[in-house]
Design a protein around this ligand. Structure first.
Ligand code: PLP
Length: 481
């Protein structure tokens, strides 16, 4: 008889768990000693670790020692308060504890019956978020005759893919799931701005619709979809016998935070029977602040689906995207497959939500816990204050750029995102950004805006303070000398 595999008994877990929680707390309190962007060369991590898995187990202590030795030096520290690149992915203690609880419970909430709490808490917190963001009540679960409602996805990429598949099925009268597009008589066409996130294009590839079905509508100098161009593209396609079926508007573009004219796009969507999806992955969280809300939720009542990422700016650690649907039925009709082994009384009663039908995978984590715990622990007031501070510091940063004759702003500040550049060539700007990031003191990323290289200062970290913002500017101004 061989020994049983080593069990991770509750007592060992308690001890190791305390050590890991201590490790994370220490990491947060000392993260500033690390360069924000990892400095290791490609292949370094692999070179430090054995080529094959160990035959005999090791104590967790030994593993944690290797986290210090190999993993931490090779991290880009997303929770560093001087992380200003991309859009920060903010985390917080209650969210992380919620995720830990989710892992500890280990439930898989594909059906209501496989864990009623997983489903019902999710429906509740998404209804809370509709109200907190001031979104139209149509997105609440009880609206639209009980067919509205939200669902937590992993990312905004999954949300746009789900919306697209629902739109495709709706536009083709529910035939493409069976027959694919081969026998569908018309060419389906869709629209998004040239500055929309790459996930829209990826969704088209995954859904088998192809890049060419997606018209990338030109943007104006502010990075917003040019409405006249959208109208022209629609008219061209209709005249050519195509069937427009989907339009994706962006509220807070990745490059410069541009906000499309959603009310105008919604009007066209209605006129041409297109599904309107709004991607507010980053900016959406700012709708919690009533004074910032109007620009963000404008036109939301005319959309079929609307999404944002609490994992970007709401102190809820990655991954967490909320997708709200005016009418969930087209999505469920598009994605529902019910094999015998999933049949159960609750589903057949028609009185419960089974979130398996609202997403690409079957299985699902209990993500609602981290949303619930964050909202309960901080309260809405603290979340609003957190966002307001970032916007205020971005305004201050914008003022510093304006006051320095060597620099220029690129477009308008959007919430807590400031795009700027040296008055010079792209190469000079690229060099400055690389020098800054190589210092490890701050980390910014870039975008091409109106064809020019621009640095992006995206404020959103949970531990960022005004001083970190000012220090980043000091470092930039110093290197520009
Ligand atoms: N949409 C916008 C506007 C984004 O800025 C991003 C990422 O930064 C995404 C979508 C993709 O987000 P995710 O990683 O959640 O798919």
């Amino acid at each position: 008889m061989t020994d049983p595999a080593p069990a991770f008994d509750p007592e060992s877990f308690r001890q190791a768990g305390h050590a890991f929680i201590d490790w994370i707390a220490n990491y947060w309190s000392t993260v500033e000693k690390f360069p924000v962007r990892s400095q290791v060369a490609p292949g370094w991590v692999r070179s430090q670790l054995p080529a094959s898995a160990p035959e005999q187990g090791e104590p967790m202590k030994a593993v944690l020692a290797d986290v210090d030795r190999v993993i931490t030096p090779a991290l880009t520290h997303w929770q560093h308060p001087s992380f200003f690149a991309y859009f920060p992915a903010s985390a917080s203690a209650p969210a992380i504890l919620g995720d830990l609880l989710s892992a500890g419970l280990g439930v898989q909430g594909m059906l209501w019956a496989t864990s009623p709490a997983c489903t019902e808490l999710e429906t509740l917190v998404l209804d809370w978020l509709v109200d907190l963001l001031g979104l139209p009540a149509q997105y609440r679960s009880e609206s639209h005759g009980g067919f509205g409602g939200g669902v937590i996805q992993d990312t905004a990429s999954s949300s746009v893919l789900c919306a697209l598949i629902a739109a495709r099925e709706q536009a083709t009268g529910g035939t493409t799931n069976n027959d694919g597009l081969r026998t569908y008589a018309k060419q389906l066409t869709a629209y998004t701005s040239g500055d929309a996130h790459s996930s829209v294009e990826k969704a088209f590839r995954i859904a088998g619709l192809g890049d060419t079905a997606l018209r990338r509508v030109a943007v104006d100098t502010n990075g917003c979809m040019n409405i006249a161009e959208l109208e022209a593209a629609l008219q061209r396609d209709i005249a050519a016998g195509c069937q427009p079926f989907f339009v994706c508007a962006t509220v807070g573009s990745t490059a410069c935070g541009a906000i499309d004219d959603v009310p105008a796009i919604a009007k066209m969507a209605r006129a041409h029977k297109m599904w309107l999806h709004v991607d507010s992955a980053w900016a959406g969280a700012a709708a919690t602040c009533p004074e910032l809300r109007p620009a963000i939720v404008a036109g939301a009542e005319g959309a079929d689906s609307w999404c944002f990422n609490p994992h970007k700016w709401m102190m809820i650690n990655f991954d967490c995207n909320c997708l709200f649907l005016r009418d969930r039925r087209p999505l469920i009709q598009a994605l529902s497959v019910l094999p015998e082994y999933l049949r159960n009384k609750a589903t057949e009663s028609g009185s419960v939500i089974d979130y398996r039908d609202w997403q690409i995978p079957l299985g699902r984590r209990f993500r609602a816990l981290k949303v619930w715990m964050t909202l309960r622990h901080f309260g809405a007031a603290a979340i609003r204050e957190h966002i307001r501070q970032h916007v205020k510091w971005a305004e201050e940063f914008e003022g510093l750029v304006k006051a320095d004759a060597r620099f220029e702003l690129v477009g308008k500040r959007s919430l807590s995102l400031v795009c700027f550049r040296l008055k010079g060539g792209d190469e000079e700007n690229e060099r400055l950004l690389e020098q800054l990031n190589a210092t490890g003191k701050a980390y910014l990323s870039h975008a091409k805006i109106n064809g020019k290289f621009a640095m992006r200062m995206a404020i959103g970290g949970s531990m960022t303070t005004r001083e970190h913002v000012l220090c980043a500017w000091k470092a930039i101004a110093h290197l520009a000398k």
